[in-house]
Design a protein around this ligand. Structure first.
Ligand code: SAH
Ligand code: SF4
Length: 427
């Protein structure tokens, strides 16, 4: 989501006449897009800001803006603590960047040292220019904010209430993407399954998928993230019926213990989660399921943690993101008793990651010798002589191919499974 927000900021800057540079010393304007989901991300931002301050000392005309969730949370404090910051804007005010840049161009510095931190209630009605990173896959926001208030999570405080974009606006964006040659879209929202709650039009996520499925030229549709409590039988049926919808779902479990899930305010118990997993696997047998896991949530004892381990064993995810619980300002979990010490959290994280690595590798290994359909995205980051792409169920596949394969579907015979990808040859 943050990467897509950065694409929007880059889009605004491009439209205002700025060009992108990878050389920090060449930049006239630097926008730091920040994340505050865990403390680690926040610390990374502060060290980057310190580095930019040194650069600005030699180049006083350099302008620095801070965007994203830390900007939203800290607001004025950022100006007071870091006087070299020129502008602060929240994730719901990305469009204000335009106004700030224009006032700069006219030498009016009135926006400098002011903030754009009111959560704009109309933000979801805007379609912002986007400077996209690739030319095959594109992210498309379908909703903003979140109403769920999971006890550990800062998102409802930084991104505000849940608001959906109209299906008309989303479809218009998709038609343009198809015209520009994009083949795959990923719909973004904190809880896509509850899409449409604020809209007057009769719209559920299932009907949105059906409407967008009609857009010619877009061959693959993905979405993140699905909240298990809102994953309905109807949606599973829709996923099964619509051929463009990929056989992959990211369905964060967070923890295997009902006690911990309740403390987390996740609004489901493990048994309900498993019913949905069973339904998914029955409807779409080759579906890939991935998840997010938090270890060391306050009150998580050894027995609770073992339930998470057992859950991973039972579900056999294709992949997970796992995190140590991190204290976040404003969240309910701060006040819970029995916070877990750092070394226990680290040991638990290690155990989870090790188990999942074995599961993922085992699953990848079973794909050796199979021919998989891959949408080719471009040169691989780790080895530019190879191309990289994805299968419908989101496995990364690398192979030697031609420039003309980019943007095409190719069949790849899988020769070797790696931990995080597959290697193969064109059939
Ligand atoms: N809306 C999505 C994901 C939001 S953030 C969802 O509900 O699934 C992505 C992931 O970060 C979460 O799923 C959670 O696993 C993790 N996360 C969020 N806050 C965290 C915290 N305080 N400490 C550790 N992990 C956290
Ligand atoms: Fe955070 Fe929960 Fe909302 Fe996801 S659903 S963004 S974890 S509050």
């Amino acid at each position: 989501m943050n990467v897509h927000d950065s694409e929007k900021m880059a889009g605004i800057l491009s439209e205002t006449g700025y060009m992108r540079t990878d050389v920090t010393n060449d930049a006239d304007v630097i926008v730091l897009n920040t994340c505050s989901i865990r403390d680690k991300a926040e610390q990374k931002f502060y060290s980057e800001l310190g580095r930019l301050n040194k650069i600005k000392k030699n180049r006083p005309n350099l302008k620095i803006a801070v965007a994203g969730c830390i900007a939203q949370q800290k607001g004025e404090i950022l100006f007071n603590k870091f006087p070299y910051v020129d502008y602060v804007l929240g994730p719901n005010n990305i469009d204000s960047l335009q106004e700030w840049i224009s006032s700069r161009a006219q030498n009016k510095e009135h926006r400098s040292q002011t903030t754009a931190l009111q959560i704009n209630p109309e933000y979801h009605t805007k379609t912002l220019p986007v400077r996209r990173e690739g030319r095959v896959r594109a992210w498309v926001s379908i909703m903003y904010g979140c109403d769920n208030y999971c006890a550990y999570c800062v998102v409802p405080y930084t991104r505000g209430r849940e608001r959906s974009r109209s299906s008309h606006d989303i479809k218009t964006e998709l038609i343009k993407l198809a015209k520009d040659g994009f083949k795959e879209v990923t719909f973004l929202g904190q809880n896509v399954n509850s899409y449409g709650k604020n809209l007057l039009e009769d719209s559920s996520f299932s009907s949105l998928l059906k409407a967008l499925h009609e857009v010619d030229g877009i061959d693959r549709i993905r979405f993140v993230t699905s909240h298990p409590k809102d994953l309905s039988e109807k949606l599973i049926k829709t996923m099964k019926e619509l051929p463009k919808v990929c056989n992959h779902i990211h369905l964060p479990l967070q923890a295997g213990s009902d006690k911990v899930l309740s403390l987390m305010n996740r609004k489901y118990i493990f048994g309900e989660y498993m019913e949905k997993v069973t339904m998914l696997k029955q409807a779409i047998p080759d579906i890939a399921i991935t998840s997010d896991i938090i270890v060391g949530f306050p009150g998580e004892d050894d027995a609770d943690f073992n339930m998470t381990i057992n859950a991973l064993d039972e579900i056999q995810y294709d992949g997970i993101f796992a995190f140590k619980y991190s204290k976040r300002p404003d969240t309910k979990a701060l006040d819970l008793p029995d916070h877990i010490n750092e070394s226990t959290k680290s040991a638990r994280l290690k155990k989870v990651l090790k188990l999942q690595e074995e599961i993922t590798f085992g699953k990848n290994k079973r794909l050796e010798g199979k021919v998989l359909k891959v949408l080719v995205e471009g040169p691989s980051n780790s080895d530019k002589s190879r191309l990289t792409g994805r299968t419908g169920n989101n496995k990364i596949v690398n192979f030697y191919g031609d420039e003309k394969d980019i943007g095409q579907f190719v069949n790849i015979n899988i020769l070797q499974a790696r931990q995080h990808s597959l290697f193969g040859e064109k059939v």
